[in-house]
Design a protein around this ligand. Structure first.
Ligand code: C5P
Length: 124
């Protein structure tokens, strides 16, 4: 369980960077956050908000996750996001991504005694 929350932090949290129109953001970040090892992870969303804001999403009402589990939660407010999607020309190990800058509500799955996000389910 400990590793799952660290995995969420590694794959999805980036409070330091402001949402900008940087076409290299995904290429750099997907690599820096170890999502281009073995395969190019096809899609991944980064959240540009403080950890407290994202952790607090777990206090919203329960909703059903895509996999049918009941431990998902949707942010009441839209958050600043970068969605990374692998391009058609991308070929492992040269993983190439297109970045989309979005402000959307997020849905995360939460777990633990300290109930925090462990999985990014979707944005809506
Ligand atoms: O939706 P799917 O099960 O294909 O998602 C697989 C993984 O892709 C998720 O666990 C999540 O890490 C990532 N993802 C994401 N942002 C999305 C959809 C999926 O980061 N909007």
């Amino acid at each position: 369980r400990f590793w799952r929350l660290h995995k969420f932090q590694r794959q999805h949290m980036d409070p330091e960077h402001l949402t900008t129109n940087n076409t290299q953001y995904c290429n750099l970040m997907m690599k820096a956050r170890n999502m281009t090892k073995g395969i190019c992870k096809p899609v991944n969303t980064f959240i540009h908000e403080p950890k407290e804001i994202v952790d607090a999403v777990c206090q919203e009402a329960n909703i059903t996750c895509k996999n049918g589990q009941p431990n998902c939660h949707q942010s009441s407010l839209p958050l600043n996001l970068t969605h990374c999607r692998q391009t058609g020309a991308s070929k492992y190990p040269n993983c190439q991504y297109r970045a989309s800058y979005l402000t959307k509500q997020i849905i995360v799955a939460c777990e633990g005694k300290v109930y925090v996000p462990v999985h990014f389910d979707a944005y809506v």
